[in-house]
Design a protein around this ligand. Structure first.
Ligand SMILES: [Fe+2]
Length: 282
């Protein structure tokens, strides 16, 4: 039986992909940011921790989707996905390989469980998906895991509620546990934490709010399920709503989780970087 063993959450700041691609990891500015991922890179490389498949929850940034098409929840079911050209050419990272049989199983299970997923058979994946892979795996010739892309609309109002995201995570857990191949599966939540990219409050960062969110992923996930959108907007800036995607990861891990590692750094670009590794309930 497939099982979810752990969850990883991380911001997916585009600059952190650029820093890796351009060999700036030892630069004074970048060093403390990447240092917080060293533990995670060692942890995920251990044979007992290394997942076969990552269900990677992220958002597209007007790359594959735009105002013509705005799926709330979408799942990639193709065999592979190319890194997107976001205006500066494709990132020099490997093609993202899916486990398509598993992805189609997830799509079937989630839709029959009344989550109306959009099925995507052709799409390029942007920094939202590739930067977390680079942060966790560095610069391999091939990504060492299969990746099921799970895209969430957090770009155009209205994004899904935190409660709905958490419930989707719970449905993902049921879907994984009904797959009869023996797979080690991780669920990753990406994006966030507090940041605002434009307008009079550009550069807004709210360390206290971010830390409380990180604390309550283990201490009080019920509170996180019910944070309204307006609180994300007021407290974490116009792009802070990306953090709602972490609740899909959290919901997939079951009731009790153990925090294994945490990293928080400001600023990276004009964003707070948050990262956490959680072990799933057995
Ligand atoms: Fe983003």
């Amino acid at each position: 039986m497939a099982r979810i063993t752990a969850g990883v959450a991380t911001s997916h700041v585009p600059l952190l992909g650029v820093g890796i691609d351009q060999g700036k990891m030892e630069d004074e500015y970048f060093k403390p940011i990447y240092a917080g991922y060293e533990w995670s890179k060692r942890w995920i490389a251990e044979p007992e921790n290394k997942p076969d498949v990552v269900i990677l929850v992220y958002n597209d940034h007007a790359t594959a989707f735009d105002m013509n098409l705005i799926p709330t929840f979408a799942i990639g079911c193709a065999d592979e996905f190319q890194p997107a050209d976001e205006g500066w050419g494709r990132r020099p990272v490997p093609v993202v390989k899916n486990d398509a049989d598993f992805a189609w199983h997830l799509a079937q299970s989630l839709i029959l469980d009344e989550f109306d997923m959009t099925i995507i058979n052709k799409m390029d994946v942007d920094h939202g998906l590739t930067v977390p892979l680079s942060l966790m795996f560095g610069q391999p010739a091939e990504w060492p895991v299969k990746v099921v892309p799970l895209a969430v609309n957090v770009v155009t109002y209205p994004p899904p509620s935190g409660n709905r995201c958490y419930a989707l995570g719970e449905a993902i857990r049921n879907a994984v546990e009904s797959y009869d191949k023996d797979l080690n599966v991780q669920v990753w939540g990406t994006g966030g934490m507090s940041h605002q990219l434009q307008g009079p409050r550009a550069g807004l960062i709210n360390k206290e709010w971010d830390q409380r969110f990180l604390d309550d992923l283990t201490a009080d996930p019920l509170r996180l399920r019910h944070i309204p959108h307006i609180e994300y907007l007021r407290e974490t800036g116009s792009e802070g709503i990306e953090t709602v995607m972490w609740l899909i990861m959290r919901g997939a891990l079951g009731k009790d989780v153990k925090e294994l590692h945490r990293h928080y750094h400001v600023p990276a670009s004009n964003t707070a970087v948050g990262h956490i590794v959680l072990e799933a309930a057995r």
